[in-house]
Design a protein around this ligand. Structure first.
Ligand code: UDP
Length: 482
C-alpha cells in the first residue's frame, strides 16, 4: 500500500509594503509599481493568482514566495500560495527529475512507467483539493517538476496557467532529454512557461510560449537585511565562527522592519584549534552539502593557495545546513563526510585554517541571520559550483558588496560580469585557475572593494523583488486575461 500524502495546505502570507524600497530604488520606482498594480487589479476583476509548489520551507521558491506575495498583496493583488502534499516515493521521482533537468543521473534509477504512475497518483490526490479553492478564470502559477502534472486537470477546470521552472542545464545530454520527455506531455496545453535563462528552454516545449524571469532576493529579509558591524561580530561569536565568548542568553537585535531577531544556537564546526579572530580575513562558501557545489574543490583550491603563500592569512569557512537535522537527505551527510575526510588528510597547518560549519536549522530566521552575518564578514565569497540554475547565494553576497569568485556556469554567468561585478572562473573544474583568482582577490583589497561595490549596484538594478513583480505583471498581460 502506498503511503497517503498529506493534504494541500495554504500558506498565509503577511503583506509587506513596497514603500520599503524607496531608499534603495527611489520613490519614482515605487510609485510606478503602485500604478502598475492599480491597472492590474482593475483588469484582474477579482481573479486570484495562485502559486503552487511542494514545500513551504527550504529551497529557492520557498525563499522567494513570502516576500513576492507579501509585496503583491500590499499592492492589492490577491496573490496566494498553496503547497501540495507528496509522499516519499513521489519525492524520490521528483528528485530524480530535478537531477535530470540539471543534467545529472541522480540515483541512477529510471524515469519509466512505474515512476509515472507514482507521480500521477500524487497529482490525482492533489488536483481535486486544489479545485476546491481555485475558481475558473483564476491564474495559477505552478512551480517546478513536482507540480507540472497538475496542469491538465487545472486547465480542464478553466484555470489560466503558467508553469515556472527554477532549474536548468546549459547543455543537452541524455539525462536532460529523459527528464523533459517525462514532463513535457503534462505541459503541452500550458500557455506560458517561465525559465531563469533562455538556454534552459527545452526543445520539447514551444519556445514561443517561454519567457525569462530571473530569481530575486528580498533586501529586507533576515537573510539580507543590513546588519551593523557590532551585530555581525556578536552573531558570529555566538555561532562559533569568530573567536570570543558567546552570551548565555544569545544575541538579540531588531530586523529591518523592527522584527525581533535572536541568535542563540551555535554551529557544529569541524576544526582544529580556535575559531578565527575577528581580524582574520575569511574566504566563505555557503551551500547545501551537495557534490555540485564542489566542496572538495573549494578545499583543494584553498590549500594550493596556502602552499604558494597566496592566502595572506585568510582562513576558509565552508558552511551549510546541519545535516543531522535533515534526516531525509542522505546525500548531504555523505558529501559532508567526504569533506571531513579530505580535511583530516591535510597537513596540520592547512587543517588549522579550514572550518567546516553546520549551521542549525531549527529556527529558519536564526539560520538566515547566521548566513547574513557570515556573508557580510567574508573577505571573499566563493561559489565554486559545477552547475547552478541560478545561484541565490551569489546574489545574496553581491548585495552585501562582497567580491564573489564563482564558476562560470548556468545563471551565474548572467549574475556576474567577469572582472566588474565579480570574478568568474571559466572552467569550473580548473582548481588552479580558481586558486589564482582567489589569491588575486585576497591580495588586491582595492580591486576587491571596487568589485564588491559594483556587485551591489548590479543586484540593485536587476535582482530585487520589484523588478521581479514587474515581470510577473508582463506575464499576466501575455496570458491575455483582458
Ligand atoms: N542556505 C541557508 N542556510 C544554509 C545553506 C544555504 O539558508 O546553511 C540558503 C542560501 O543562503 C540560499 C539557498 O539556501 O538562499 C540556496 O540557494 P542557491 O540558489 O544558492 O542553491 P540551491 O540550494 O538552490 O542549489
Amino acid at each position: 500500500m502506498r503511503e497517503q500524502p498529506p493534504p494541500v495546505e495554504e500558506v498565509r502570507v503577511a503583506s509587506r509594503s513596497p514603500r520599503r524600497f524607496e531608499p534603495i530604488l527611489g520613490a519614482e520606482a515605487v510609485r510606478a509599481a503602485e500604478e502598475r498594480a492599480t491597472r492590474l487589479r482593475e483588469r484582474l476583476r477579482g481573479r486570484r493568482i495562485w502559486n503552487v509548489n511542494s514545500t513551504a520551507v527550504g529551497g529557492g521558491v520557498a525563499e522567494m514566495l513570502p516576500s513576492l506575495l507579501g509585496y503583491a498583496r500590499d499592492l492589492g493583488v490577491d496573490a496566494r500560495w498553496l503547497v501540495i502534499g507528496g509522499e516519499p516515493a513521489f519525492f524520490g521521482v521528483t528528485k530524480r527529475l530535478h537531477h535530470a533537468l540539471h543534467g545529472s543521473a541522480g540515483d541512477g534509477r529510471p524515469l519509466g512507467v512505474a515512476e509515472r504512475e507514482t507521480y500521477e497518483a500524487v497529482q490525482r490526490h492533489n488536483a481535486p483539493q486544489l479545485l476546491e479553492r481555485i475558481r475558473p478564470g483564476d491564474v495559477v502559477i505552478l512551480h517546478d517538476p513536482q507540480t507540472a502534472g497538475l496542469a491538465p486537470a487545472l486547465a480542464g477546470a478553466g484555470a489560466v496557467l503558467a508553469w515556472r521552472c527554477h532549474i536548468g542545464h546549459d547543455a543537452v545530454n541524455a539525462e536532460v532529454e529523459s527528464g523533459w520527455s517525462f514532463l513535457a506531455p503534462y505541459l503541452a496545453d500550458v500557455p506560458a512557461y517561465v525559465f531563469s535563462r533562455r538556454a534552459y528552454v527545452p526543445r520539447q516545449l514551444d519556445g514561443d510560449r517561454a519567457v525569462v524571469i530571473a530569481p530575486s532576493i528580498d533586501p529586507f529579509s533576515a537573510k539580507n537585511e543590513e546588519l551593523d558591524e557590532k551585530t555581525v561580530r556578536s552573531v558570529l561569536v555566538q555561532v562559533g565562527l569568530v573567536g570570543g565568548s558567546p552570551r548565555s542568553g544569545g544575541v538579540s537585535f531588531s530586523g529591518s522592519g523592527g522584527e525581533a531577531r535572536r541568535v542563540s544556537r551555535a554551529a557544529h564546526v569541524v576544526r582544529e584549534g580556535p575559531a578565527p579572530a575577528w581580524e582574520t580575513p575569511l574566504v566563505v562558501q555557503v551551500s547545501r552539502w551537495d557534490p555540485l557545489k564542489d566542496p572538495l574543490g573549494v578545499i583543494e583550491g584553498y590549500c594550493s593557495l596556502l602552499d604558494d603563500g597566496g592566502a595572506g592569512g585568510a582562513e576558509l569557512v565552508l558552511a551549510g545546513p546541519d545535516v543531522s537535522s535533515v534526516s531525509d537527505d542522505p546525500e548531504g551527510q555523505a558529501v559532508l563526510a567526504s569533506a571531513v575526510s579530505a580535511w583530516r588528510a591535510l597537513p596540520p597547518r592547512a587543517r588549522r585554517r579550514i572550518h567546516l560549519a553546520q549551521l542549525p536549522t531549527e529556527d529558519l530566521a536564526e539560520n538566515a541571520s547566521m548566513v547574513n552575518a557570515l556573508q557580510r564578514h567574508a573577505a571573499v565569497v566563493v561559489q565554486k559550483s559545477l552547475n547552478e540554475g541560478f545561484g541565490l547565494t551569489v546574489t545574496e553576497a553581491m548585495w552585501k558588496a562582497r567580491p564573489v569568485l564563482a564558476s562560470a556556469v548556468g545563471g551565474i554567468r548572467d549574475q556576474i560580469e567577469d572582472g566588474l561585478s565579480g570574478v568568474l572562473v571559466a572552467d569550473a573544474s580548473d582548481r588552479e585557475a580558481y586558486a589564482r583568482a582567489l589569491a588575486a582577490l585576497i591580495g588586491g583589497p582595492d580591486r576587491a572593494a571596487a568589485i564588491g561595490a559594483a556587485a551591489r549596484e548590479r543586484v540593485r538594478d536587476r535582482y530585487l523583488g520589484l523588478r521581479h513583480l514587474g515581470q510577473y505583471a508582463d506575464l499576466l498581460e501575455r496570458l491575455g486575461l483582458w
